[in-house]
Design a protein around this ligand. Structure first.
Ligand SMILES: Nc1ncnc2c1ncn2[C@@H]1O[C@H](COP(=O)(O)OP(=O)(O)O)[C@@H](O)[C@H]1O
Length: 191
């Protein structure tokens, strides 16, 4: 599939508001990829596809995750299953056979320990694209241009805080990602 065909397929699967978010993530992922030296084409591709299954009903997500053997211990709530599901179906649905793109899609909501550069770029782009509005997003946007790992660490903290404040379940992967991110920041490595 060409990028244009992928874009149209994703557009057909999402509400206009969600598709506008996806367009924002594509632009932001490309910008961050350029800034940090990640592959810009792969960043755009992962960004186009990341929310493809985001509007599936919960029972469809649950059933597909079971069928694909998604590790629920690590991913947790149904709200994050669209990532691992889209990643598992990249080849079949979009003709994309690329492990880096697959991981960037798989972990875009939760993160994970040991995230590669492309994963970090897409995960952060999802959180700070221009359409996002939540307390602290402006600081994260500023930080995103300066220090990828610090921005990610603060983003995970904010996301976890918000989930806990709302009494929501949190993905174990995010706790692990958050701890590792901070130890990279404290260790002084910024990529
Ligand atoms: N780390 C997490 N653990 C558990 N649930 C999460 C986590 N991050 C986000 N969520 C929930 O998953 C849903 C999707 O999150 P969102 O940040 O909008 O990502 P996406 O761009 O993938 O839709 C929301 O309902 C959010 O509350």
């Amino acid at each position: 599939m060409t990028e244009e065909q992928i874009k149209e397929k994703v557009k057909g699967a999402l509400s206009p508001a969600r598709f506008a978010h996806v367009e924002g993530v594509v632009a932001e992922a490309e910008r961050l990829a350029k800034r940090y030296g990640a592959d810009e084409d792969k960043a755009r591709l992962a960004a186009w596809i990341h929310d493809w299954a985001r509007e599936w009903p919960a029972d469809r997500l649950e059933e597909e995750a079971r069928r694909l053997g998604v590790d629920r211990e690590l991913f947790g709530p149904v709200a994050v299953l669209h990532g691992p599901i889209a990643a598992a179906k990249l080849g079949q649905e979009f003709g994309v056979e690329d492990d880096e793109v697959a991981d960037a899609v798989r972990y875009h909501t939760t993160g994970r320990p040991g995230m590669g550069l492309l994963e970090r770029v897409v995960c952060l782009a999802d959180a700070v694209e221009p359409g996002r509005a939540y307390p602290g997003v402006d600081r994260l946007r500023q930080l995103a241009s300066q220090d990828l790992d610090r921005a990610l660490a603060e983003m995970f903290d904010a996301s976890l805080r918000d989930l806990l404040d709302r009494g929501r379940p949190v993905a174990v992967l995010t706790v692990l990602a958050r701890n590792e991110c901070w130890s990279r920041v404290r260790g002084g490595r910024s990529r």
